[in-house]
Design a protein around this ligand. Sequence first.
Ligand code: GLA
Length: 727
Amino acid sequence: MIQYDASQRTITLNTHRTSYQMKIHSTGVLLHTYYGPRLRGGDLSRLICPEDRGFSPNPDEVGLDRTWSLDTQPQEYSSSGVGDFRLPSLEADLDDGSHTADFRYVRHTVEEGKYALEGLPAFYGEGVTAQTLTVELKDCCSGLTVELLYGVLEEYDLITRAVRVRNDGAAPVRLTRVASACLDFPVGEHDFITLGGAYAREREPVRAALSQGVHTAGSVRGSSSHQQNPFFVLCDKDTTEDAGRCWGMALVYSGNFLASMEHTQFHETRMTLGIHPFHFSWLLQPGETFTAPEAAMVFSAQGLGHMSRLFHRAIRLNLCRGPWKDQRRPILINNWEATLFHFDADKIYSIAKAASQVGVEMMVMDDGWFGERNDDFGGLGDWNVNEKKLPGGLAPLAERIQGLGMKFGIWVEPEMVNENSDLYRAHLDWAFQVPGRPVTRGRYQLVLDLTREEVKQYVLDNLRAMLRSAPISYVKWDMNRSLTDVWSAGLPSQRQGEVYHRFVLAVYEILEALHQEFPDLLIEGCSGGGGRFDCGMLYYTPQIWCSDNTDAMDRLRIQYGTSFCYPCASMGAHVSAVPNGLTHRSTPFHTRGVVAAAGTFGYELDLNELSQEELAQVREQIAAFRTDWELVMRGDYYRLSNPFRPEDSFCAWMHVSQDRSRALVGLVQTQRHANPVRPLLRLKGLDPERDYRIDGRIYGGDELMYAGLALPFLDECQALQYHIEAV
Ligand code: GLA
């Protein structure tokens, strides 16, 4: 897999279908020479032709050779201040006041298995063919050493990268930018795709042409955010869903991030991805190491759909952990949209009881069960049970729910505090606030400074106590505001630039402790819906609430965009009541079921308020999900249409079993006009040589994929499913 050619000084990382190559140049600069379809061999540095380029200066090592400049060399980890005027990978304030960073090869090692990162989430190699390459680079003068880590997960065509920066010098160094990955493309015109959006409109794919200059996507909100996702794609201009070259890159991180794509004077492209330099600095004392989070890359020569399927499999099986990662999750009911804060034990029990009668398997009690939490003005931080609502604590209610044959789950928002709380009154300095400045509120709440040991312990102790106090099978971990006023009383002034990152590390530390101590606990991530939907969280929480927007029509778009990187098994999706609270739209019950069944599936309403007819549909939906879950969770996912295309009248998708013997198509009519064009649906992922049964009729796989199915004329918002089985 990882091959070192000592005569050419090339290192090639081969996956099943891709190759990635670097070359140790005679100057020691680590050149990047190739990333694309798998090659048999060769030294691709021959593509880097020496040219005398005006205003591209030459390093001392090449003497008077004007044809060799860092400005025009593709590199694995770009330098700063020595003639490469493109995006730097690392920037630092050195002890003498200079900022130069310029790295040269020292050594490399290849090991079996995939590296892990201390305190940070990362893909792991168990169960697949995995190797690790570590390349050590050194800056001549500052004592800074950079370890570039490459993980190769062969089956998924996945290459991961991470960086460790060590201060081997005698003086402290302050890092101000540390990219996790830098990827250079020698030439070409590309498009890039980012996942933009907003609260309740998460992960809307945006495709644009890369023109000269720097284009960025990122978050400075302290979390990965609703507005931009730490995932992006570079692709050829003619790349489509099913054909063409694309390179996807995801950051395994949940805090501030910056993805930059630069198109240069010579039509080279450089992508960098890592922690956002906004308010970031990290003081490295002599001997100390800083680890930048992991970036994961996939190359596909078969379009965006194939790229997504590679990410899906790798995330599901080698990023998510714990017993739930590949198991059917309990079908749950959550009371939030039904009750908001206004409930007591009997109300929760009555929702659970009605749900138990139709086959729902878990009752999740949402926000409002603790402290004086009767609205969003107060209570956050006080994790003691509100006995007025739940007499005797959590255990009696959890046990009653268990008595119905259901599991019990609960909502928490551990990173936050309301000023109207006992916790805040006792510890005014535990919330982020810059001394002397007024606070900035978000949803009437402040953010706890989890970088302080005592605050982190408080949170962890309360979570542990809660989990031990009752039979709790599931936790919904929420985070309902962005970070501001980021300053910690626990750190000296020269370390304040570390707080954003230390906050993320503390969240990971708490989640890791829970993962170790409560191995069977299923945690669902959430941040005002899908505001922290990223590979970092998925390492701890195998599912994430996709969006507070449960309107089926809007969900089509949200789940479509999310699927660019993240698997269906990770998407929290529920059937909720109509008219929808956010869009005021009414969609048929069946449609809501079809859309929620493309995710983890559950309900977000009070079943006591449904008609007998609707309850019968709930029973059917649950029975269907019990049959179909494996296809949805473990199958390959195909996007059959794009719900953002204004000319499309329906949105369709498809789950296909690994052996291509079964498939499930979901389809929703998104618009209907008079006298419409006959809708045709071409399927994907089937075996052209086999025959398949749909609704009692037999079709060739070739026929279904190349000619398609004629669809009935559906009304707007109506849905249908096709169950497909090989005969
Ligand atoms: C966030 C979540 C919701 C719900 C509320 C409770 O908005 O996304 O699902 O839990 O908080 O306050």
